[in-house]
Write a new protein. Structure first.
Length: 327
């Protein structure tokens, strides 16, 4: 069956044709000809708020992609109220829904051709859930309103259900989990790192994190620094998506270390994961006949232990320059 390509002379287009063609403007949703509904990233429009019990929806724009119907582009020119929050239940909480509805009589037989926000009260329950509009309704959620039982406080608005959309190939922001049915090369930002679907798994592109060195204190029986070396310090660096603790500086021993001794407790940000241990090799002092290294262990609770030499005079200082471990 032939169709009418857009922007040709003397061709009469109907709404459904133009809406389906507009699906090209939105990120796909894994359905043939489908698109992702939402507001634009960074656009504060279509925000739901409460003034007492009155619900307000601010001016804004959105795209509502609907199966088989293409994309409805909606522009709300001014703030509008879809009503007031229904009275709280005597003993049970409730979750209500505010959504943006498109009324298209060709689709829903409503007799209307317009768009506006709608308030739908939920059902009070010990485990409440947001309601779903019944029947043939073209819509996009804007917010939920959590309504506690009577006397339990004020209703609270959450816009977490309001989706975001971008152009094809765009980076979807604020996406905490992998999008449904992602395409190879699809990119999103989870609020911390950039994620890209490689066709079978997620590649993470972590931002470069390079914090200043933090000076570390040492336990009784040790000093820092030793001689003219740097004081003991640590910083965090992200290397190929892995957070590394980079160390530098030196520790002096007030007496020879000939057994395992705790010399410091590292702060929380420099500790290995729970139940894990990190072992690194550090340089220690030398003389005319001995030179070498020794072992240092960092435990999950931050305890840092140095392993000295049985022979006296061989571990009176040790140095961390160039040492690192992952966390």
């Amino acid at each position: 069956m032939p169709t009418d390509p857009t922007w040709q002379n003397t061709v009469a287009y109907d709404g459904a044709e133009l809406r389906r063609a507009d699906s090209m403007l939105l990120m796909g949703n894994a359905a043939a000809g489908g698109g992702r509904s939402g507001v634009r990233p960074g656009d504060p429009g279509l925000t739901v708020s409460l003034a007492g019990s009155t619900i307000n929806v601010s001016a804004g724009v959105a795209a509502i992609a609907w199966p088989g119907q293409g994309v409805y582009r909606v522009a709300l020119p001014a703030s509008v109220s879809p009503g007031s929050v229904a009275a709280a239940h005597a003993t049970l909480p409730r979750i209500d829904l505010v959504y943006l509805r498109v009324w298209d009589t060709d689709v829903d037989a409503s007799g209307l051709r317009q768009a506006d926000p709608v308030y739908l009260a939920g059902t009070a329950s010990s485990t409440p859930a947001a309601p779903t509009p019944a029947g043939t309704v073209v819509y996009m959620p804007l917010a939920t309103i959590s309504v506690p039982a009577s006397g339990g406080g004020s209703p609270a608005v959450s816009t977490a259900v309001r989706p975001l959309t971008v152009a094809p190939g765009g980076i979807l922001p604020g996406q905490a989990s992998t999008p449904a049915s992602p395409y190879t090369g699809q990119a999103w930002h989870d609020g911390t790192d950039l994620k890209v679907w490689n066709g079978s798994s997620v590649d993470t592109y972590a931002k470069v994190r390079n914090t200043p060195y933090t000076a570390l204190s040492v336990a009784s029986g040790f000093t820092t620094p030793f001689g003219s070396l740097s004081p003991l310090g640590a910083r965090l660096v992200v290397d190929d998506g892995v957070t590394m603790v980079k160390l530098r500086g030196s520790v002096g021993c007030t007496s020879d270390v000939t057994t395992a001794q705790v010399f410091a407790t590292f702060p929380a940000q420099f500790r290995p994961p729970a139940t894990q241990l990190r072992t690194i090799t550090v340089a220690r002092n030398y003389n005319a006949s001995t030179m070498g290294s020794t072992r240092v262990e960092i435990a999950a609770n931050g305890t840092a232990t140095v392993y000295g030499s049985v022979a006296p005079g061989q571990t009176t200082w040790f140095c961390f320059d160039g040492c690192e471990y992952d966390i």
